[in-house]
Design a protein. Structure first.
Lengths: 273, 346, 331
C-alpha cells in the first residue's frame, strides 16, 4: 500500500516556527518503497526539523503527513515507532553502561511466558540475547558477544548496534541522522554497507548526511533542503556532486522539470564569492 | 575462653563462613585462632585492670571535649585502657546505642556516659549492666535515675538556684521583670536549671513578672533570635535567666543597641563564659566542674575493676557562682579564680 | 553478503577490571572482607558471632534507607530527604500506636506517609523538572520541621509489639542470632536486585540514569520510571522507619539528622556511581556493613570515634576515586 503518488511516506507543506524563527517553511517530502533517500542541506536549512517531524520528535505547526495512504499525526517518538518508523539518532540513544542485548530491546523488553513473566515480570534474557545475536549476525555487525557493554565498543560498532536496533524493529522505514559523521573511513564504509543491507531487506532508508561522497555512494535519490523546504530532488546517477552542492547553497536552482540552471540571485541567496 | 573452643568455635565458625559465603574468611579465622582471644561473656577484667569507655552526647561541644580529655588524662594516670565515643549530634540515640554495644563487645568494664534520655539508650545501658559492666552517668542523670549504677554530675537544680539567688540579689529592691531563655524542651538539665532558678529567684512558674520565655536549645544563634523577638515586647526587662553561656552570649548580642542593661545570669563556667563575666556581658555564671566528674568517674572505674565495688547513687560535683560583683548572701569567686578553674578555650 | 568482523578494542578476554565493573558489588565485598580480616587479627572480640550479629543489626536502618537512596542515585538523582522522611514516619507510627491504633495499621499508615512524601518529591522532579538535589533539600527541611511540629519536639516511646517486631523476633542460624529485621533486609535486597536485573523496570531505571535522553528516544517513559522509583524509595523509607523502631523503640524528631549523608556514604561505598546508571543494591548493603564494621572494629581496637569518622571519610573518597579510575581505564 502506498500513497497516491506511489510513495510510502509523504509530507506536504510542513511548517514549524520557533518563536520568530521559521525552521520549516512549507516543506515537502517523499520516500519511495525500497529506496535509500539522502536528505542534504546546509547547516540551518531545517533538515533536522524535517527529520524530527518525520520521527515524531517535533510536532509541525501545520502541514500533513501520509504513511502508506493514511494521514498520520505523531505526538511523540513513540507514535512514530508504533507506526513502524525507526530512527537512528546522531547521538545513538544508547545506554552505554548496559550490554548490547539490553540496548537492542530497551523499551521493548520481552518477558518470559507463563507465571514468571506474568506475575513476576521476569524478562526472557536468553531469548533476547539469542535474538540480538541473530540480528547482529544478519547485519554483519562485528561484535564478540551481545553481553558486551556498549561503552566498550568502538564508534562504528556502536553505530552498528543502533542501526541494528532500528532495522530489527522497523516495519515501514528507517531514518538515520548523520550515521557516519563521527566515524573514520573504514568504519563509515561498514555503516554504508549496513545501510545497503537494510535496503536489501526491502526497508526504505532516509539518510541525513553532510558527506557528499557517502551520499553519492549509497543513495538512490537526493532530497535537497534549503531555507526550510525541499528545493530539489537529485539523482546520483544523473547529477554531479557539484550540482547538488550548488543546489543546497542556492547557487543553482532546479526547475519543475528537473533542469538545473544558475540562480539569478546567487548573491542575495547567500553565495558570496 | 582463650581459644577457638569447641563449644562455640568450630561448628559456628564454619557457619560464619557459610553465612558470608566467602572462602577467604576461613583463612582469616584460622589466623584469628592463633591469636589469644576471649569468646565473650563475663566482662569483669580478669587482671583487675579497668577498661573504660566514655560516651558523650557529641564531640563538638567544648564541654564534652573537656570531659573527654580529663577522663583520658586520669585514665592515663592510672595506666588503664580508655576510649571515647560520642553521638554525632545532640539527640543521636542510635549513635549512643551503637557506641554502648560496641564498648560492651570490646570488653569495657565501665562505661561513663552523658546519656540521651531515650528508652533505646536506656535499654542498651540495661543490657550492658546485665553483662556486668558498671555504667555511670556523667553530667546528665538518666530518667529514671536508677537506670545506671550511679550518677556523677552537677546538681542542676542547685546550680539553677544559685543563679536565681544571685540575679535576685543583684536586682536589690527593684521589682523583677524577668526573661527566660531555656534549653532543649523536655531535657532534664533544662527543666532542673529552670526550676532551680525560679526557686532561687523566689518566683513561681506563671508569675506575671515573667515577661516571656523561649527555648533556644542551648544554641547561641537560636538564643539571639529568640531574645530579639522577646525584647520586641519586653522593653521593661531587668533580669534574665539563660540556660547556658552560649545562650547568654546570644542574648547579649540581641541586647546590642537596645539601650537595655538587665542583670544576666548563666550557668556553665566555660572559659569563654568566664571572660564574658569579666567583660561584663554576663553578670554572673555558675561554674560546674566537668573535669571533676571525669576524674571521679575514672577513679570509680579503676576501683570497680580492682575490688568489684560499684558506685551508686548521685554524686554532686558542686558548682560555684563566678562574678566580679559579689552580692551579700551569695557565695562566689571572682573571675581570676574562674579563669584558673574554667574549662575549654577562651 | 559477508563482511569481515572488525576487531573491537575490547573484544579481548574479560579481565578482572571488566569483571569488577560488571559486578559492581565485588569491590565493596573485598573491602569488607579485608576490614573483617584486619579486625579479626587486631582485636580479640570482633569475630565473635554475637558481634557479627550486632554489626549487621547496627547497619540495618541506614542500610535500608540506603536501598531507597540507591534506586534514586541509579537514576542520576539524589535524595537528601530520605532519613528525615523516615524519622517522620517513626513518629507517626509510634504516635498512632500510643493513641491505641493496632500496630500494623500504624505501620501501614507510616509507610503511606513516606510513600506520599517521596511521591511528592518525584512529582516535583518530573513535572516541573526541578533538580532532585533542590527538591529533596527543601523536603529535608520541611520533613524535619514537620517532625518537630508533629511531636512537639518530644520523643515518643513505643512498646507496640508489631512496631518492635523486627528486633524482638529472632532465630538462630548456624549459631548466629538473626532478627526478623535482618531477614527482612535480606529479602528486600534480593527482591530489589531481582527487580533491577530481571525486569524491564530495572532496565529502564538503569537506562534513565545512564542517559535520560537516550532512554526517552528508546521509548521509555522517563517520567513514569522516575516517579515509580521515588515511590518505591518512599515505601523503603517506611520500612526503614520500622527497622528504626525495632532498633531504638523511641521515635525521636532529632534522630538520624545526618542519616541522608550516611545513606549516601553507604551507597557510594557500595560501588554505585553518583552519576547514575551503575551500581547495585547488594553493594549498598555491603557499603552499610562496611561502615558498621569500621565503627565496631575500630571501637574494639580502642580507637576514638573521631578517628573512625576519618577512616570512613577516607574510604568514601577512595571508593569514588577507584570508581573513576577504573572507568577512565575502560574508555
Amino acid at each position: 500500500m502506498t500513497n497516491e503518488n506511489g510513495a510510502i511516506f509523504t509530507a506536504r507543506g510542513l511548517v514549524k516556527h520557533y518563536g520568530s524563527v521559521v525552521a520549516m517553511n512549507g516543506a515537502d517530502f517523499d520516500l519511495y518503497p525500497g529506496e535509500v533517500l539522502a536528505v542534504v542541506g546546509d547547516n540551518g536549512a531545517g533538515k533536522s526539523t524535517l527529520i524530527k517531524s518525520l520521527s515524531g520528535a517535533v510536532i509541525p505547526d501545520s502541514g500533513a503527513m501520509y504513511l502508506e495512504g493514511e494521514r498520520v499525526r505523531f505526538h511523540g517518538p513513540l507514535d512514530a515507532r508504533r507506526a513502524g518508523i525507526e530512527t537512528v539518532y546522531q547521538d545513538l540513544a544508547l545506554a552505554p553502561a548496559q550490554d548490547i542485548a539490553t540496548n537492542l530491546f530497551l523499551g521493548r523488553e520481552q518477558r518470559r511466558p507463563g507465571l514468571l513473566g506474568g506475575l513476576f515480570r521476569t524478562l526472557d534474557a536468553r531469548k533476547m540475547r539469542a535474538e540480538a545475536q541473530r540480528v547482529m549476525d544478519e547485519l554483519g555487525v562485528g561484535i564478540s558477544s551481545v553481553q558486551q557493554r556498549v561503552e566498550t565498543l568502538s564508534g562504528g560498532q556502536r553505530q552498528g548496534v543502533a542501526v541494528a536496533r532500528a532495522a530489527a524493529f522497523s516495519t515501514r522505514l528507517v531514518i538515520m541522522d548523520e550515521p557516519t559523521a563521527a566515524l573514520g573511513v573504514a568504519e563509515s564504509a561498514k555503516v554504508l554497507e549496513l545501510i545497503g543491507r537494510i535496503r536489501e531487506r526491502g526497508l526504505p532508508v532516509v539518510l541525513v548526511s553532510h558527506n557528499m561522497p557517502h551520499v553519492f555512494e549509497i543513495a538512490d535519490r537526493v532530497h535537497v533542503h534549503r531555507l526550510g523546504k525541499r528545493v530539489a530532488v537529485a539523482s546520483p546517477r544523473e547529477h554531479t556532486m557539484n550540482q547538488v552542492v550548488g543546489l543546497l547553497t542556492g547557487a543553482l536552482v532546479m526547475s519543475e522539470d528537473g533542469e538545473i540552471t544558475e540562480a539569478q540571485d546567487a548573491v542575495t541567496a547567500g553565495l558570496a564569492e | 575462653m582463650g581459644q577457638c573452643g569447641p563449644a562455640r568455635g568450630a561448628g559456628s565458625t564454619r557457619s560464619v563462613v557459610r553465612a558470608l559465603a566467602l572462602g577467604i574468611a576461613g583463612a582469616l579465622i584460622f589466623t584469628g585462632c592463633t591469636v589469644e582471644r576471649y569468646w565473650g561473656g563475663e566482662k569483669v577484667a580478669d587482671n583487675g585492670k579497668a577498661k573504660i569507655g566514655l560516651v558523650t552526647k557529641t564531640d563538638t561541644n567544648p564541654y564534652f571535649v573537656l570531659l573527654r580529655n580529663a577522663a583520658r588524662q586520669q585514665a592515663r594516670k592510672h595506666g588503664v585502657e580508655f576510649s571515647a565515643l560520642a553521638g554525632r549530634f545532640d539527640g543521636d540515640n542510635a549513635g549512643q546505642v551503637t557506641a554502648i554495644e560496641n564498648l560492651v563487645q570490646q570488653g569495657a568494664t565501665t562505661i561513663l556516659i552523658t546519656p540521651n534520655s531515650s528508652t533505646g539508650v536506656l535499654a542498651a545501658i540495661d543490657q550492658a549492666r546485665a553483662k556486668g559492666v558498671m555504667v555511670l552517668a556523667l553530667d546528665t542523670a538518666t530518667e529514671p535515675e536508677n537506670a545506671v549504677d550511679g550518677t556523677i554530675a552537677t546538681d542542676n537544680t542547685e546550680a539553677g538556684e544559685k543563679q536565681g539567688r544571685y540575679v535576685r540579689a543583684a536586682l536589690g529592691n527593684t521589682e523583677p521583670q524577668l526573661l527566660m531563655i531555656d534549653g532543649t524542651p523536655g531535657s532534664s538539665v533544662d527543666t532542673e536549671r529552670h526550676t532551680g532558678f525560679l526557686r532561687g529567684f523566689g518566683m513561681k512558674e506563671g508569675d506575671r513578672r515573667i515577661l516571656g520565655a523561649d527555648s533556644a536549645n542551648g544554641d547561641q544563634n537560636m538564643a539571639q533570635e529568640a531574645a530579639e523577638n522577646l525584647l520586641q515586647r519586653a522593653r521593661s526587662v531587668n533580669s534574665v535567666y539563660t540556660m547556658n553561656e552560649p545562650t547568654a552570649r546570644g542574648f547579649n548580642a540581641a541586647l546590642q543597641g537596645s539601650g537595655l542593661d538587665p542583670i544576666v545570669g548563666s550557668i556553665d563556667g566555660g572559659c569563654q563564659g568566664v571572660s564574658n563575666v569579666r567583660s561584663g556581658q554576663i553578670d554572673a555564671t555558675v561554674m560546674q566542674f566537668p573535669a571533676k566528674m571525669a576524674q571521679l568517674g575514672v577513679d570509680a572505674a579503676v576501683e570497680h575493676a580492682k575490688s568489684g565495688k560499684k558506685v551508686s547513687g548521685f554524686h554532686n560535683t558542686g558548682s560555684i557562682v563566678i562574678t566580679d560583683k559579689p552580692m551579700p548572701g551569695v557565695p562566689s569567686k571572682n573571675t581570676e579564680w574562674g579563669e584558673k578553674n574554667c574549662w575549654g578555650d577562651t | 553478503m559477508t563482511t569481515s568482523v572488525e576487531t573491537a578494542p575490547s573484544a579481548r578476554k574479560t579481565n578482572l577490571g571488566e569483571f569488577i565493573l560488571r559486578t559492581p558489588a565485588v569491590g565493596p565485598a573485598l573491602a569488607l572482607l579485608v576490614a573483617i580480616a584486619v579486625f579479626a587479627m587486631t582485636t580479640d572480640t570482633f569475630l565473635e558471632l554475637d558481634n557479627l550479629s550486632l554489626v549487621v543489626a547496627q547497619s540495618l536502618v541506614i542500610g535500608t534507607i540506603a536501598l531507597g537512596q540507591t534506586l534514586i542515585i541509579l537514576t542520576a538523582g539524589i535524595d537528601l530527604s530520605c532519613a528525615s522522611i523516615a524519622v517522620l514516619a517513626t513518629l507517626v507510627m509510634a504516635d498512632l500506636a500510643v493513641g491505641g491504633m493496632p500496630g500494623w495499621v500504624a505501620l501501614l499508615l507510616g509507610i503511606v506517609v513516606t510513600s506520599a512524601i517521596a511521591a511528592l518529591n518525584g512529582a516535583l522532579i518530573t513535572s516541573i523538572r526541578l533538580p532532585p538535589f533542590i527538591v529533596t533539600l527543601g523536603m529535608f527541611t520541611i520533613a524535619t520541621a514537620v517532625a518537630r511540629i508533629y511531636s512537639d519536639g518530644q520523643s515518643i516511646p513505643t512498646t507496640d509489639s508489631v512496631l518492635r517486631w523486627l528486633s524482638t523476633r529472632r532465630y538462630l542460624f548456624g549459631g548466629i542470632e538473626v532478627t526478623y529485621g535482618m531477614t527482612l533486609a535480606l529479602i528486600m535486597v534480593l527482591g530489589l536486585a531481582y527487580a533491577l536485573a530481571k525486569t524491564a523496570w530495572g532496565k529502564h531505571v538503569y537506562a534513565v540514569g545512564n542517559d535520560p535522553e537516550a532512554a526517552r528516544l528508546s521509548g521509555i517513559s522517563v517520567r513514569r520510571t522516575l516517579l515509580s522509583v521515588y515511590i518505591v524509595a518512599g515505601v523503603i523509607y517506611g520500612i526503614a522507619a520500622w527497622q528504626a523502631l525495632g532498633r531504638v523503640p523511641n521515635a525521636d524528631p532529632n534522630a538520624f539528622q545526618i542519616g541522608n549523608l550516611d545513606a549516601i556514604t553507604a551507597v557510594v561505598l557500595g560501588g554505585t556511581s553518583l552519576f547514575g546508571g551503575r551500581g547495585s543494591v547488594l553493594g549498598t548493603m555491603i557499603g552499610a556493613l562496611i561502615v558498621a564494621t569500621l565503627r565496631s572494629g575500630l571501637t574494639q581496637a580502642g580507637i576514638d570515634d573521631l578517628y573512625q569518622d576519618v577512616a570512613t571519610g577516607t574510604l568514601v573518597i577512595v571508593a569514588v576515586a577507584l570508581d573513576r579510575l577504573s572507568r577512565r581505564k575502560q574508555s
